[in-house]
Write a protein that binds this ligand. Structure first.
Ligand code: SF4
Length: 364
């Protein structure tokens, strides 16, 4: 029986953060209820054979759904799919919308992993990027969440104005003290059409420079590894056994089904995306992406080298590409940038900060 992962997209937020380019909207309860109905219909319609290893409810802000709304979505999944008893089940949450009632509801629904959008632990920074929570609220809600859930992850952003590596290490230390088991560290991206882009253009906001960002990230990465976390992917750190199985499945190019607006699905060969507007999603519009062999090879190399899974040379060879013939390959092996173990090659994590160039050089 094949194994698969399920992703569910909840495109609602209380307020748009200044840096956000995700598919998320601030709507009323009626629109949310209509969407939940459509989502449940989609889940039912696309029921298929296979056993679900991981479920991930992301967004947007899934934690703004009421207990009744989230119960409906989870029921649709369990009514239509076989799910392993020990499946990893993650829900994304923002500190300001976490309540004791929601935590207990999630627990009852078999959620066993929380991913909390902390982003920073400095009030001025949080305010400047348009987050709705304060530092104290984030810490209080993590404390509350940890009473119900062992497996709690937190997101931090690297590159915010006036936040150097030392600040980030201090935040990480506070999170680890509260028992957070996994930290995702994202680089601040300033996308066009965001409020942050406007603020940067108008010189009202000053993100760190590229060099400052790399230096802050490296400091944070070293700190987390010194604390016993493994950097199992370029941006992700976890204590042993607390890696996100859901994300590892993406990076291994395992099959997944994505439900909801803008969600992607992958059948092991091709990818399908749902439409990213309410109207088109309701009408069932999807986009098919058929990968060429070169695109497939690029994806295998990029995803594998960015994480601890590495890349199997045999797999590349079966698609007609011998990576050992690449002009940079021998040099990278000699310098320890690329490491070989049996049939698999890995990017030495000491060189993760140069991954873009290294990976680009190794592509077919
Ligand atoms: S909470 Fe997340 S998805 Fe929602 S606006 Fe902020 S960054 Fe975007």
């Amino acid at each position: 029986m094949k194994e698969l992962s399920i992703y569910v997209h909840i495109p609602f937020c209380e307020r748009k953060c200044n840096y956000c380019a995700f598919v998320s909207y601030c709507t009323g309860e009626k629109e949310q209820n209509d969407y939940i109905d459509d989502l449940c219909k989609e889940i039912e319609k696309r029921k298929c054979d296979g056993v679900v290893r991981t479920i991930y409810i992301g967004g947007g802000t899934p934690s703004i759904l009421t207990p009744q709304q989230i119960e409906k979505v989870v029921k649709a999944i369990y009514d239509n799919f076989d799910v392993y008893d020990n499946a990893e089940f993650t829900i994304e949450a923002n500190p300001n919308s976490i309540t004791q009632e929601l935590l207990l509801t999630w627990k009852k629904l078999r959620v066993n992993r929380l991913s909390i959008g902390v982003q920073s632990l400095k009030d001025k920074s949080l305010q400047k990027i348009g987050r709705l929570h304060t530092k104290n609220e984030a810490l209080e809600k993590i404390k509350l969440a940890r009473k119900c859930f062992d497996n709690v992850s937190a997101d931090l952003i690297v590159g915010l104005e006036n936040e150097n590596g030392k600040d980030l290490c201090r935040y990480a230390g506070q999170l680890l003290e509260l028992g957070v088991k996994h930290i995702s560290c994202y680089l601040l991206e300033v996308y066009e059409n965001t409020k942050l882009f406007k603020d940067v253009c108008e010189k009202k906001y000053f993100p760190l420079s590229d060099d400052q960002t790399v230096s802050a990230f490296n400091k944070l990465a070293n700190y987390l590894q010194d604390k016993g976390m493994e950097r199992y992917e370029i941006s992700n750190f976890a204590y042993p056994d607390y890696e996100s199985k859901h994300n590892l499945n993406y990076w291994a190019r395992g099959e997944y089904l994505g439900f909801g607006m803008s969600a992607h699905s992958f059948d092991g060969k091709n990818r399908t995306a749902n439409a990213d507007s309410f109207e088109d999603y309701k009408s069932g519009k999807t986009f098919q992406e058929n990968l060429t062999v070169t695109e497939e090879l690029e994806e295998i190399i990029m995803l594998g080298l960015r994480c601890k899974l590495g890349v199997q040379k045999d797999k590349l060879q079966s698609l007609g590409f011998d990576i050992t013939q690449n002009v940079y390959y021998d040099d990278y092996i000699k310098q320890g940038i690329i490491q070989e173990k049996d049939d698999t090659i890995y990017l030495n994590h000491v060189f993760y900060h140069l991954s873009n160039t290294i990976i680009a050089n190794l592509l077919p």
